[in-house]
Design a protein around this ligand. Structure first.
Ligand code: GLA
Length: 389
């Protein structure tokens, strides 16, 4: 090979092949927080509803607590014009204006599509129009894209290529766009999600507002912790807190578990009619701090005894977040063993839902945990400072 003489021209040719601009290095260094339309509205969503939720995100204090992304899930799509450009349907008269409205409130704006010909709700997908759609999202000022497998046909290699293709198209917009893969955890997406530029990937099927489904999605992530980290997170799906079908203890379990998992926190309730107890669960700063901890380590289960589980998440200041969960049908005493968690013999324990110091404990910490409930604590040894609270 005459490398010397051909160097200049071949390097020009190679640049587009080798340079795959990556979005995921910059965004979602901690799990994304926000609100998404699907769990509450499903397809019955429109521009005015999104504006009202954006307003409520700010007025409730949730935006200040970290919830910044306002996301329109499925059902916004209309038709393509003669040039193939995608337009929203009549419920979203001007997507650029909606995006500007959301941005004007200091928030970020997200949207939804599919690598298939149709979305899960039967609207137009992006197949064959990836670059064009990404450019349109760029014009609209999109900061997030959920890309939902739905009707995509093809083997795993084809699926991986399709996800990469949209990532590369998004990168060309020059915007920092969070890229959320949604294909329900098939093909062990945690092995390849980050390599196609995914900032998060769903690990399971759709959540519902039920303790059983929420538990399957959340507790089912044990063992996947090594695949998560800053910029690339496992996603057990959006929150159902406040949608009304779970008990308070079950919603406390939901929030505690998602934060121990370093999961994306996308509220999925109606923020305009939210009860104070819902806000208190979504906005507890000491619990959010676990999710958003700079170390970016996903928690895991350290012990299980029948329905009782102890989960631990190491934190940047050397302390440990510990969740004592009772998945059983009656209240039960649960014990977190310090040695099992790599803690010294004596440590101080703070209850993060009660927001009070429980004192110093030797060897272990035990608590009575309600049915389907949790006791969530932060445990420090004596050499650590008081931390963020
Ligand atoms: C799938 C996804 C959901 C939601 C719907 C929209 O079921 O998993 O989160 O986006 O599609 O149709």
């Amino acid at each position: 090979m005459t490398i010397g003489r051909r160097k200049f021209s071949s390097s020009i040719m190679l640049v587009p092949l080798l340079w795959t601009p990556s979005l995921h290095a910059q965004v979602a260094r901690t799990p994304v927080m926000g609100w998404s339309s699907w769990n509450y509205y499903t397809c019955k969503v429109n521009d005015a509803m999104i504006r009202a939720q954006a307003d409520a995100l700010v007025s409730s204090g949730l935006a200040a607590a970290g919830y910044k992304y306002v996301i329109v899930d499925d059902c916004w799509q209309g038709e393509r014009d003669a040039t193939g450009k995608m337009h929203p349907n009549s419920k979203f008269p001007d997507m650029g204006a909606l995006s500007a409205y959301v941005h004007h409130k200091g928030l970020k704006f997200g949207i939804y599509s599919s690598p298939g010909p149709k979305t899960c709700a039967g609207f137009e997908g992006s197949l064959g129009h990836e670059e064009q759609d990404a450019a349109t999202y760029g014009e609209w000022g999109i900061d997030w894209l959920k890309y939902d497998l739905c009707t995509f046909q093809g083997d795993l290699a084809a699926q991986i290529a399709a996800y990469r293709k949209m990532h590369d198209a998004l990168a060309k917009t020059g915007r920092e766009i969070v890229y959320a893969l949604c294909q329900y955890g098939n093909g062990r997406v945690w092995h390849w999600g980050a390599s196609v530029g995914g900032n998060q990937w769903r690990t399971s099927r759709d959540i519902t507002d039920s303790y059983e489904r929420m538990s399957l999605n959340g507790f089912g992530e044990n063992g996947l912790e090594r695949f998560a980290g800053p910029g690339h997170w496992n996603d057990p799906d959006m929150l159902e807190i406040g949608n009304g079908k779970m008990s308070r203890d079950e919603y406390l379990t939901h929030m505690s578990l998602w934060c121990l998992l370093a999961a994306p926190l996308l509220a999925g309730n109606d923020l305009t009619t939210m009860k104070p107890e819902t806000l208190a669960i979504l906005a507890n700063p000491e619990v959010i701090a676990l999710d958003q901890d700079a170390l970016g380590v996903q928690g895991h289960r350290v012990s299980q005894e029948g329905p009782l589980e102890v989960w631990v998440k190491p934190l940047a200041d050397g302390s440990q977040a510990v969740g004592l969960f009772n998945r059983g049908e009656s209240p039960m005493a649960t014990t977190a063993n310090f040695e099992q968690m790599g803690l010294p013999g004596e440590a101080s324990v703070r209850d993060l839902w009660a927001r009070r110091e429980l004192g110093r404990f030797t060897g272990s910490f035990s608590a009575e945990v309600p049915t389907h409930g949790v006791v969530l604590v932060r445990i420090r040894d004596r050499h650590q400072s008081g931390g963020s609270h």
